[in-house]
Design a protein around this ligand. Structure first.
Ligand SMILES: *Cc1c(COP(=O)(O)O)cnc(C)c1O
Length: 376
């Protein structure tokens, strides 16, 4: 018997050709590719976070609170102010980014022999959570304007009988919010299966006047989960703090599958300190929304390849626009001019995040230049 010189790793076959997920992280002056808030926290916020983390550090010999009631209370208080829906802290859950919240959801409600349903184009991470939890992944198609047809959604849920339905509102990469009637139709169909309906509201704070949040449907729908994050409007992507609002029964199911002590004492302290400064951290949101609307209007006046640009309706802090015969050339042309955006979404489309006014102007100048070059 000889031992082989090169040991073979018993990797799951479905992972064999996979690569780690990630948007390119390139060092260029204008970063408009991952929908972050372009404004860094103020020195006052930084000082509060530093003091809270120092206090937490004094107890780092102990494990953190596994159920973090203080942070859940603070998050419930924030939601009450942001959307007028008052929840008990037992209805709130948190993890290291809403990515981890989503993994908890699929660990508890997905799994072998089970199905998760969503509607493409949507967030490219969703199929990865399904793969990692051995959950079958099925996508319906969104309409031409990126909305979801309620009748088609109900038909798909009835045909596939999923245990999880995943809907981003506003949707990434399109910016499309979910109308109340569509969500209610999905909730009714899902209740009959039964399936948990997850509404991913990562960008909800940027929604336009009159666009609803799913939070006010929680009281009547114990199978609804609404996820939020501090990564986007809250200007704290580096914190890694995502959270969820749902019925207490649903949250209790997530507590079963989470790793013990998954949320470090340092993260809990930093998040609570940031939440105490919510007004200052969210101060730029109104500006970003106004800039978003101005950017949409500007893009709609532009032409490329002999036709007017199309721009998707957006309730988020980013804009999907196109179409280009060679979108990669446009993306590369912008990058060559120091502006990084995202080559994502349906063929021919590109996505740009709203930056500071100077960054948005740099993007507009670069795009004007690239389109002119292309037409030479
Ligand atoms: C950015 C984003 C998130 C946020 O993920 P975090 O892990 O909280 O940073 C969630 N959902 C969608 C659709 C996103 O675009």
């Amino acid at each position: 018997m000889t031992t082989p010189a090169v040991p073979v790793l018993p990797l799951r076959p479905e992972l064999a050709d996979e690569v780690p997920y990630g948007a390119p992280q390139l060092d260029v002056p204008v970063l408009l590719n991952v929908n972050e808030n372009p404004f860094a926290p103020s020195e006052e916020v930084v000082a509060t976070i530093a003091a809270s983390v120092a206090e937490a550090a004094r107890g780092l010999n102990r494990y953190p609170d596994r159920d973090f009631p203080g942070l859940r209370q603070d998050l419930a208080d924030f939601l009450a102010v942001e959307s007028g829906v008052r929840l008990d802290p037992s209805q709130v859950w948190a993890a290291n980014g809403s990515n981890e919240v989503m993994l908890h959801l699929l660990q508890a409600f997905g799994g072998p022999g089970r199905t998760a349903v969503s509607f493409a184009p949507t967030y490219s991470m969703y199929p990865e959570y399904a793969r990692d939890t051995h959950t079958r992944w099925v996508t319906g198609r969104r309409a031409e304007d990126f909305t979801i047809d309620p009748a088609a959604a109900v038909a798909l849920i009835e045909a596939e009988r999923p245990s999880v339905v995943l809907l981003a509102s506003p949707n990434n990469p399109t910016g499309t919010a979910l109308p109340r009637e569509t969500l209610e139709a999905v909730l009714d169909a899902a209740a009959r299966v039964p399936a948990v309906v997850v509404v991913d509201e990562a960008y909800a704070e940027f929604r336009r006047e009159g666009t609803p949040s799913a939070l006010d449907l929680l009281a009547d729908h114990p199978h609804l989960a609404v996820t939020r994050t501090m990564s986007k409007a809250f200007a704290a992507a580096g914190m890694r703090l995502g959270y969820l609002a749902a019925s207490t029964a649903l949250v209790d199911a997530l507590r079963v599958v989470r790793l013990p002590y998954h949320l470090s004492a340092v993260t809990q302290a930093a998040a609570r300190a940031a939440l105490a400064h919510r007004d200052s951290l969210l101060a730029q949101v109104a500006d970003l929304r106004a800039q978003r609307d101005a950017l949409v209007a500007w893009l709609r006046t532009q032409r490329a390849g002999g036709r007017a640009l199309q721009v998707a309706e957006t309730d988020a802090n980013f804009v999907l626009f196109g179409t280009f015969d060679d979108r990669h050339a446009v993306w590369q042309g912008l990058l060559d001019r120091g502006v990084l955006i995202r080559e994502t979404g349906p063929e021919g489309w590109l996505r740009v995040s709203v930056g500071t006014p100077a960054e948005t102007r740099a993007f507009q100048d670069a795009l004007t230049d690239v389109i002119a070059q292309e037409e030479l």
